[in-house]
Design a protein around this ligand. Structure first.
Ligand SMILES: Cc1cc2nc3c(=O)[nH]c(=O)nc-3n(C[C@H](O)[C@H](O)[C@H](O)COP(=O)(O)OP(=O)(O)OC[C@H]3O[C@@H](n4cnc5c(N)ncnc54)[C@H](O)[C@@H]3O)c2cc1C
Length: 453
């Protein structure tokens, strides 16, 4: 993975002398847009970022739940998120990671049912030792799983592009499919194993397990997702003479060799170049015929084939601390899949956040009914929990594109003269994740900088 390292916060000589070239626009204030904006601002471009919402972060943002700041859904980062971690250092300063993120060696535990714990060994031995000592899986199944992972390593974590995760796991024991592989696939790709891309899943495994042992660390945010990156990135941009406009919906974009015209109100505003980093389903609205370029039409045609998967988050505030053994624990999927103890991560004591990925995992039911089902589920596992004080359900219906086998996606590219595409769906290697978003934003910004010096 490539990373960017940015210069310090001081203005460059071009800006001090007022000789910086015209402003560059970024459309979209999610992790991709801010990764682009920070990269451009660090290269001494004056950036104007447009974000339709009044909170920064897009699909990874702070929301209010009964007066408590929470996230639109709990997010996990991995040690392998090199680009995201590099950007966090750029905007928060070196050494801020431990204030922002709780870093733990990979442990997946469902109380009394299953446990995978990686010991402090170098890669790949940490994984082999973790698999050999899994709890809740027979010895024979553990050995088969180690053999399977060795086979994946020997094959360089590659497979046919059309293969699904279910087909990849065809010969694997039902116990490890149910307890290990399927939950990992849902967490990483947010796509059921029957349709999920085996190659993208293998890419995630390779990035997590074939380099440094710390790549598979789980990084759990100690701050809300807007504070984690977008808010600090906005300060980074404005400190460098840029502008972050919230509540600013871009209605149309057109570009030619002279620059890019962006319309939010009546008259279009002109920029020297732009990065478009909106969600895939939001891209079509920005381009109206006849101004649409062939490249934009090609990207939109690929996106029209996308399906989307939801992620539902259930917040439950109990009157006292949850007392879980770990800040993140696996559940049985009926209906919650993972529970996060926000109180153990600098949130209010007693705040549980329960995640349910994909549509098939939970058909649409009324929020109150779902919250009650999750409360019953938690009290099945932790019977000492009292009744919750309040609950709130947040359903992100288009949390991610469905990362299906063989899906063709647009890549980070020029959409037209002086116009560049970014967004989590444009990273060829990774599924829709924060790391895919930041990698795409940095790549688009570099493409712009290389073409328009
Ligand atoms: C509930 C949930 C849980 C997740 N869990 C994880 C996880 O554990 N780990 C992980 O790595 N990833 C996770 N993800 C995925 C991750 O959040 C996304 O991949 C990432 O945030 C996408 O960033 P982006 O910048 O590409 O797009 P977005 O975040 O969608 O940003 C696009 C932005 O563009 C703005 N916009 C759109 N149209 C316009 C317009 N016309 N004018 C101005 N602004 C516009 C939108 O308001 C939005 O802010 C999760 C996602 C969800 C929803």
């Amino acid at each position: 993975m490539s990373t960017t390292s940015l210069p310090g916060r001081a203005l460059g000589s071009a800006q001090r002398n007022g000789t910086s070239s015209g402003a560059v626009a970024v459309i979209g204030g999610g992790y991709a847009g801010f990764a682009a904006a920070v990269t451009l601002a660090a290269a001494r471009r004056r950036v104007v970022l447009f974000e339709a919402a009044r909170t920064l972060g897009g699909r990874a943002r702070r929301v209010d739940a009964c007066g408590t700041p929470v996230d639109n859904g709990a997010h996990i980062l991995l040690g392998a998120y090199r680009q995201t971690l590099s950007l966090l250092r750029d905007v928060h300063g070196h050494g801020a990671e431990h204030e922002l993120l709780e870093r733990r060696r990979l442990v997946l535990e469902q109380p009394g049912v299953f446990r995978l714990r990686t010991p402090g060994l170098p890669a790949p031995w940490h994984l082999a030792a973790g698999l050999l000592t899994m709890r809740g899986v027979s010895r024979g199944d553990r050995l088969r799983t180690v053999g399977f992972v060795r086979h994946l390593q020997r094959s360089g974590f590659t497979c046919a592009p059309q293969l699904t995760v279910a087909a990849l796991l065809e010969d694997q024991p039902a116990s490890t499919v149910a307890m290990l592989w399927e939950p990992l696939c849902l967490a990483a790709l947010n796509t059921p194993i029957g349709t999920a891309s085996a190659q993208i899943f293998l890419n995630v495994l390779r990035l997590s397990f074939s380099g440094n042992a710390r790549d598979s660390d789980l990084l759990l945010p100690r701050v809300d997702l807007s504070t984690l990156f977008p808010d600090a990135a906005a300060a980074f941009v404005t400190d460098r003479a840029g502008d972050v406009r919230m509540g600013a919906t871009v209605a149309a974009i057109s570009s030619d060799e002279a620059g890019v015209a962006i319309t939010t109100g009546y008259a279009p505003e002109r920029f020297t170049a732009a990065v478009v980093a909106v969600g895939p389903h939001q891209l079509a609205r920005l381009f109206a015929p006849p101004s649409i370029t062939d490249a934009a039409a090609r990207a939109l045609s690929l996106i029209s084939e996308f399906a989307y998967e939801p992620i539902t988050s259930v917040y439950l505030k109990y009157p006292r601390s949850l007392g879980l053994a770990l800040p993140m624990m696996k559940l049985d999927g009926a209906p919650g899949q993972w529970v996060f103890d926000r109180g153990a991560l600098d949130g209010p004591a007693g705040l549980a956040s329960v995640v349910i990925s994909t549509e098939s995992a939970h058909p649409r039911i009324a929020h109150a009914v779902l919250a009650q089902a999750v409360d019953v589920q938690l009290r099945r596992v932790w019977p000492q929990l009292p009744a919750p004080e309040w609950t709130q359900v947040i359903a992100e219906r288009r949390a991610t594109y469905a990362c299906t086998a063989g899906l063709q996606r647009p890549e980070v590219s020029a959409l037209g003269p002086r116009l560049y595409l970014a967004g989590d769906y444009t990273d060829a290697e990774l599924p829709a994740t924060l790391e895919a978003a930041t990698r795409s934003g940095v790549a688009a910004a570099r493409m712009l900088l290389a073409a328009h010096t």
